[in-house]
Design a protein around this ligand. Sequence first.
Ligand SMILES: Cc1cc2nc3c(=O)[nH]c(=O)nc-3n(C[C@H](O)[C@H](O)[C@H](O)COP(=O)(O)O)c2cc1C
Length: 342
Amino acid sequence: MKTLFDATTIKGRTLKNRLFRSATWERLADGDGRLTPQLLAVYEELAQGGVGAIITSALYLQATARSLPGQLGLYDAAGLDGHRRLVATAHGNGALLLGQLAFAGRDGVMWTANDPSTAVLDELPQYYARGAALAREAGYDGVQVHAAHGYFLSQFLSPAANGRTDAYGGSSEGRRALLMAIYAAVRREVGEDFLLSVKLDCRDMHETPGVFEECLGAATALDAAGIDLVEVSGLGGNKGICGGKKQAQSVFRPEAAAVAEAIAAPVILVGANRSPATMEAIANETAIAYFALSRPLLRQPDLPARWQGGSTETARCVSCGKCYDEAGNNCFFVRRAAAGEA
Ligand SMILES: Cc1cc2nc3c(=O)[nH]c(=O)nc-3n(C[C@H](O)[C@H](O)[C@H](O)COP(=O)(O)O)c2cc1C
């Protein structure tokens, strides 16, 4: 019988429970993508709240490649001090820390998979590798390549979004060639004992044919290449499929369960995980090993500790999607309560 609070070990790194904080853009870094006290406080609250592992927000990997306001960067040695403080915060509370490596475009312009030349794509893996090397130097436990939610890298895997006719399109192998090259470059750079993860879309809002097959194909190929963790999400990950009052729980369970059956690496299910009993049932009924939460931990960063203490409460998050705020992304209801008290 598995429980949410089983400890597990991957390559010598112990997760104290099956709960991850999935990557969540906080909008609290400074103009150079450096850590601020407000951003550090978010990680302190999360780590103290008992989650087993924290995946950072999407990190940009070149000085010119920030794609979101207040986004945290990981692109040079000058930023390492801030990252070391995040690591110390996570580790000081017994949580692992993984950096999410992301690319969405340059100079404030979002790219689509069809925009760059072959030569530009050939150069991208080195930036992921450098980001991973910096993460390792800062003391992170691993990194996650963000290939989900319709952003640049995930578009390559989508038969609908990838119209390329060069080596990066045209067939399933071509569509996942960039992701595989990134994985290989990162692994070469950081070695075997650093955790490498990927976040993939298994579905989109239009039920585009082939999205799940490409997800399964990429997960299987990455598994054969030695990936350590695969997080299964979907386009519309926090709106659309995962939004609104009638939100179904753990929406990508069927796809994540199928991926978990097919590969050796552990699978993380993300998307509307709200009830500890449901997650525990999934852990016992499928091969899914871990559960990631984003919005519930904005509202209640201490949910893992409450559940560990015996609470059976469902997360109070109502999946309203109003987490976005210029002063820092957080829970609408927490903001409203704070405004009421002020
Ligand atoms: C404010 C906010 C920021 C997010 N930022 C990221 C991100 O940087 N990278 C990412 O992969 N997903 C991001 N997500 C998506 C979440 O990781 C997650 O996949 C999604 O919210 C579904 O999980 P949930 O139902 O537990 O919120 C974000 C979600 C929210 C609400």
